[in-house]
Write a protein that binds this ligand. Sequence first.
Ligand SMILES: Nc1ncnc2c1ncn2[C@@H]1O[C@H](COP(=O)(O)OP(=O)(O)OP(=O)(O)O)[C@@H](O)[C@H]1O
Ligand SMILES: O=C(O)[C@@H](O)C(=O)CO
Length: 410
Amino acid sequence: MKIGVIADDFTGASDIALTLAEAGMATVQYNGVPKAAGASSSEVAVVALKSRTAPVVDAVAQSVAACDWLLAQGAEQIVFKVCSTFDSTADGNIGPVLDALSTRLNADGVIICPAFPENGRSVYQGHLFVGDRLLNESGMQDHPLTPMRDADLRRVLAEQTPRPVAHVPLPVVAAGPEAIRNALPVTGYAIVDAVSDCDLRSIGRAACGASLVCGGSGIALGLPENFGATALTPPWQPITGPGVVLSGSCSRATRRQVELYLETAPAREISAEDILEGRTSVEQLCDWVLSQGVPPMVYSSADPSTVAEVQDRLGRERTAQVLEGTFAQLAARLRQEGVRRIVVAGGETSGAVVQGLAATELEIGPRLAPGVPVVRLVGAEPVALALKSGNFGAPRFFEAALARMEGRDV
Ligand SMILES: Nc1ncnc2c1ncn2[C@@H]1O[C@H](COP(=O)(O)OP(=O)(O)OP(=O)(O)O)[C@@H](O)[C@H]1O
Ligand SMILES: O=C(O)[C@@H](O)C(=O)CO
């Protein structure tokens, strides 16, 4: 194996798996740290963790276990995949996980760059932008689990680690891989600016031979060339059968997608309180989904003020547990009942659904949108999944994804 990726959430895992698969590397996504050896034919293994919002000690333990497994499979380089909006809680988890991985891999001067220009994320003067807005004015300041209220990544990371955090500015990046390498500090980390894919390719070349790099999926754009890979479109065998959309994401892009899908398909909104007070159950939801013709949608997506009120009443963790648990159980039941196409919106929601489906391994198919591949849950009855990050995808993503799963375009 050439590249081993540790992803801090499940949509992020399929995002970077797509980048590496499109660059021509044989890529498999594992959900959680596998118990056995991986496929010997794969060049990239992406281990998807649900560690972004986990307590720090758990996030560190899971990440180090993933790293050890990847090293045991022969990984030559480890990538720590974080969100392109650098999502982290007040306690971390990016800094503490990076510290543990750096120690494990004896890495210093580690490149960190979450830029993903195709989806509007760029890093300039050490600050993260979403489109033309600073991160803390992009909507991410209201994220239900990881509100991002500072766009200066040097400061955000410095609060999470005792190690020094340096900065490699854009003019150095523009000067090419050698200039970037020369600008890396001898200890700690470097936030590296990037505003284009060309910058990311240079950064990838600069990372040739580095034991550890960290970023969004954009960080992987330039890495495959270091291993002699050439681009291709991952193949896809259509999967037909009943479909469903499960949306737990409250991000702006998802709320628009939900709004538009509501115009064309049957939908049921769920709330943590309805579930806790017995007004909604997994059984009822399952029966309702199965009785629809057009692939229906079950969603909890709500605006920031509704989310804040619910979290005040029930607590952030309890709300997340109840909603994610419902989506996970519902997905498992629906699969048993023959549902074969599942579109999931939201990273935490996707993690819960994939765990509910007990999916240990996913094959990466072609892109449905930048950062979102269609993936196949392998088995006697294969299931097509789309694990969509909250802010990714065009307004009519749900409909398009369900069609592409069965080999149609809309
Ligand atoms: N109606 C709701 N009320 C309160 N909280 C909610 C509601 N719906 C969802 N949430 C919370 O929002 C979280 C959504 O997180 P999720 O990671 O799935 O979406 P996202 O943050 O938009 O996606 P990504 O991480 O890919 O950007 C849920 O885990 C839950 O805690
Ligand atoms: O990098 C991103 O934005 C996504 O892959 C992701 O991790 C969102 O959860």
